[in-house]
Ligand binder design. Structure first.
Ligand SMILES: CC(C)(COP(=O)(O)OP(=O)(O)OC[C@H]1O[C@@H](n2cnc3c(N)ncnc32)[C@H](O)[C@@H]1OP(=O)(O)O)[C@@H](O)C(=O)NCCC(=O)NCCS
Length: 181
């Protein structure tokens, strides 16, 4: 497996990237399920001069990709990170994250951050009223048996820096994570 700059991919491969986006997030209500939605997301990202990405290839096959938006002078937002379902838990997500972190460090970025929704019951926050004092729930936040990307990011040094209650509907928060590079 190798990681390459997303910009080096032939445009024809963008359809593969859209398919991975759709399939990797298929378990989420917020997934790119509507016809053309995943394709539009890839088109929008790649047309955005503030977006950059890396792709993971196994031979000719695209197996995952990561992107980031240059949101602040020294802070990038990771969006998205997806690995093809049949290729998960083989180190591809970790390799993509490492490639992005190296790129970010090289460009002087100090903080990487992201939002990771729980709109399906992947953490103990699901279904709860987090108001008032939403931040008080951060310390106890854990994944449930359904699993959540939170576990992956924590393993790579990201910590929860905030919660956005109810942004995907009542009891369905976004979990904000960040890492100091
Ligand atoms: C999250 C994701 C990018 C990780 O990529 P990956 O290639 O599967 O991850 P790696 O193989 O590098 O790392 C695996 C480790 O991450 C953690 N991990 C990965 N996916 C996990 C999941 N669904 N639930 C719990 N832990 C998970 C575990 O610690 C795992 O180690 P283990 O297999 O020894 O238990 C990938 O699973 C994915 O695309 N998921 C669906 C989309 C998604 O949730 N993206 C993130 C949105 S913010």
């Amino acid at each position: 497996m190798e990681t390459v700059d997303f910009a080096a991919l032939a445009p024809a491969r963008h359809a593969d990237a859209a398919l991975i986006l759709r399939e990797a997030l298929a378990h989420l209500p917020s997934a790119y399920n509507a016809p053309g939605e995943a394709e539009a997301e890839v088109a929008q990202r790649t047309a955005d001069g503030d977006w950059l990405g890396h792709a993971a290839l196994e031979g000719e096959r695209l197996v995952g990709w990561i992107g980031a938006i240059r949101t602040y002078s020294h802070g990038w937002e990771i969006h998205p990170l997806v690995v093809a379902p049949s290729c998960q838990r083989r180190g591809i997500g970790s390799a993509l994250l490492a490639a992005l972190e190296a790129r970010a460090r090289g460009e002087g970025v100090l903080t990487l951050f992201l939002g990771s929704d729980d709109d399906y019951g992947g953490t103990i926050l699901f279904g709860r009223n987090l108001w008032p004092d939403a931040v008080s729930h951060v310390a106890a936040t854990e994944a449930t048996a359904r699993g959540h990307a939170l576990t992956f990011y924590r393993r790579h040094g990201y910590e929860i820096i905030g919660l956005l209650p109810d942004v995907n509907g009542a009891g369905r928060p976004d979990i904000l994570l960040a890492k100091r590079l």
